[in-house]
Design a protein around this ligand. Structure first.
Ligand SMILES: [Ca+2]
Ligand SMILES: [Ca+2]
Ligand SMILES: [Ca+2]
Ligand SMILES: [Ca+2]
Length: 597
């Protein structure tokens, strides 16, 4: 359907469960999905209606079963979730990560000349792999899983129940890296272990899985961070009992280091910023295109009542999480948080909103409104909605990020041209990586500033000796310039920050100082807190090295000088006179004090 909800068309129409669709990049002309339709038995062997993975054209034609033949033998399972399921297409469209027997696999999207897609097991030793998402590099798949020894319906490690952990697996099946194994035995932030039942399906046919622990890992578009959440309790007991439970939204670096909590019951890491009724944060998260904000959902306190799927059905009260019955109906709202400043913004209120997808250019969030507390009394099941416009220009920096350091000033004008920066294609205002400083980048009027990003250090290695970049690095692309021309881009730092030089980084040349060269008219000229970058398309300062009307720039202001001027030093006699004077003053002061008392 179109962004305004019109122009939708039905792609499949049958009694089977068709789910988990995704477009195949880069041209998005095909759709991969999961279905338990029975029409395609394996070489005459009926698989009993378990899930398989299919591909079709974007208009619903040319449906092809792709988990077929000797490479994909019929799989045991129970219902729609088993067999070959949950296909997720890689960002480049070349590979599909999926589940089979609750383990994580990958295959090639397109069959080769001999008709093979080379399915491969990429997880190993873990159980109940779930919630898999691709890393932006197309090489790694993030997922959560349980490992340990299965005793009864719980997995134990050194005798204690373990929760879910985050792992990343290489798509060729050669490597698995645990990212949160330090969190295997789950304790709450208060240090107490919370004993909860594992979440076993009541029919007993499928292996139980522990819901507590780390779940739902999503990498930021720039590949620097992984957002995930931790459940400190189970949401759905088999006996429907109410349990003390809460959860957190966390973040870590891509290598698993630097774990920190962004949101926990009541708001930020210090549990403020939101009404304490907001207790449960979970599920899919969506990153803004500038990798600075995360959209997440939270449950308010209250009882959960899901409206009937069809008129005449009984209301279903079994949906998680369990709340104290008798309270007003709970709602689920969508929030944004800035990963550095921890600023929280509530986007929706009073409904049951969940499952967000943020468009790659940052302009809007697609989400679902499920039955229960719904925008439309006549709706009994889930609706899809889209929220926009969250990025009013082309710089890749979302509107609230451009609204000043506190994300609360719609008129913020960092380059002082009387126009709010969020409305300007050639101006971007944003925090540096780490969030300590708020800067403005201004390209010439009439050009467009695109793909703005920040990083503390774009290289895996250290900065060169003697070079410090306390504000980190800034990357951007300036388009719509005269091919071959030299432009000046202003990097406006906060007042009081005085860099003395500017360093660039590229994969090809590593770090290099960008001093001003009068012969070519290129390089950095620094006046106070403003860096004037003289960049030539296809020449010095353009990292694409091509005359194409476009300049690609990553670099950072370096070696800040103190804003404090050196204090004139006293010679020895001056120092002695100063000490005598200071002594006299203190004696006088003490005497006056004596007189007063
Ligand atoms: Ca913007
Ligand atoms: Ca402006
Ligand atoms: Ca802007
Ligand atoms: Ca260029």
């Amino acid at each position: 359907m179109k962004k305004d909800g019109t122009g939708w068309m039905q792609l499949t129409n049958n009694k089977a469960c068709d789910s988990h669709p995704s477009f195949v990049p880069p041209n998005h002309a095909r759709i991969v999905f999961q279905s338990n339709r029975d029409e395609e038995p394996y070489g005459g062997v009926d698989d009993g209606g378990i899930a398989d993975i299919f591909m079709m054209n974007e208009d619903g034609t040319n449906v092809e079963l792709i988990t077929k033949g000797g490479e994909f033998p019929p799989e045991p399972g129970c219902g729609c979730e088993h067999g070959y399921n949950k296909p997720v297409v890689s960002p480049d469209g070349a590979k599909i990560a999926y589940r089979s027997q609750a383990e994580l696999h990958a295959m090639n999207t397109d069959a080769d000349g001999s008709g093979k897609r080379y399915p491969r097991l990429i997880s190993y030793g873990e159980h109940a792999c779930n919630h898999h998402t691709w890393f932006p590099d197309n090489l790694w798949v993030l997922y959560d899983a349980v490992w340990g020894e299965l005793v009864g319906d719980e997995y134990l490690f050194e005798g204690k129940p373990v929760g879910r952990s985050i792992f990343k697996a290489k798509e060729d099946g050669t490597q698995v890296v645990p990212l949160s194994d330090d969190n295997l035995v789950i304790t709450g932030p208060d240090g107490q272990y919370i004993d909860t039942a594992s979440n076993t399906y009541p029919d007993g046919n499928c292996t139980g899985w522990a819901a507590k622990g780390d779940n739902w890992a999503f990498a930021s578009p720039d590949g620097q961070f992984i957002a995930y959440h931790t459940r400190y309790g189970v949401v759905r007991g088999q006996d429907d009992s109410t349990k003390k439970e809460y959860s957190a939204l966390n973040i870590m670096k891509a290598d698993g280091s630097g774990k920190r909590t962004l949101v926990i019951k009541g708001g930020g890491p210090d549990r403020t910023g939101l009404d304490p009724q907001w207790t449960w944060v979970c599920g899919p998260k969506a990153w803004s295109s500038d990798s600075k904000w995360i959209a997440f959902k939270m449950w308010s306190a209250g009882s959960i009542l899901r409206l009937p799927a069809e008129e005449g059905d009984e209301p279903d009260e079994s949906e998680p999480p369990l709340r104290t019955n008798g309270q007003p109906a709970a709602s689920i709202s969508i929030f944004l948080i800035n990963i550095d400043t921890l600023k929280i913004i509530q986007l929706t209120e009073g409904y049951s909103d969940y499952r967000m997808w943020w468009s790659p250019n940052g302009s809007g969030i697609l989400f679902s409104d499920r039955g229960g507390v719904t925008r439309d009394d006549q709706q009994y099941s889930d609706d899809l909605l889209v929220m926009g416009v969250l990025n009013g220009d082309k710089d890749n920096v979302i509107d609230v990020e451009e609204w000043g350091a506190g994300s609360n000033n719609e008129n913020y004008d960092g380059n002082h041209d009387q126009t709010p920066d969020w409305l300007q294609d050639h101006v971007a205002s944003l925090h540096n990586a780490g969030g300590e400083h708020y800067v403005t980048i201004e390209a010439p009027d009439g050009t467009t500033l695109q793909g703005v990003w920040t990083s503390q250090n774009p290289s895996d290695g250290d900065l060169p000796p003697g070079v410090t970049c306390p504000a980190g690095f800034f990357g951007f692309t300036v388009e719509d310039i005269t091919p071959g021309s030299t432009i000046v881009v202003k990097l406006i730092l906060p007042a009081g920050l005085f860099p003395t030089t500017y360093w660039k980084y590229s994969d090809a040349d590593g770090f290099e100082e960008f001093t001003y060269d009068a012969t070519t008219g290129t390089g950095a000229i620094i006046e106070g807190n403003v860096v004037y970058l003289h960049l030539q398309d296809g020449g010095r300062g353009d990292h694409d090295n091509v005359v194409d009307g476009k300049i690609v720039e990553p670099g950072g202001p370096a070696n800040f000088r103190s804003q404090v001027r050196p204090v004139p030093t006293l010679n020895q006699w001056g120092l002695i006179i100063f000490m005598i004077l200071a002594g006299l003053i203190s004696i006088l002061y003490m005497r006056r004090k004596d007189i007063k008392t």
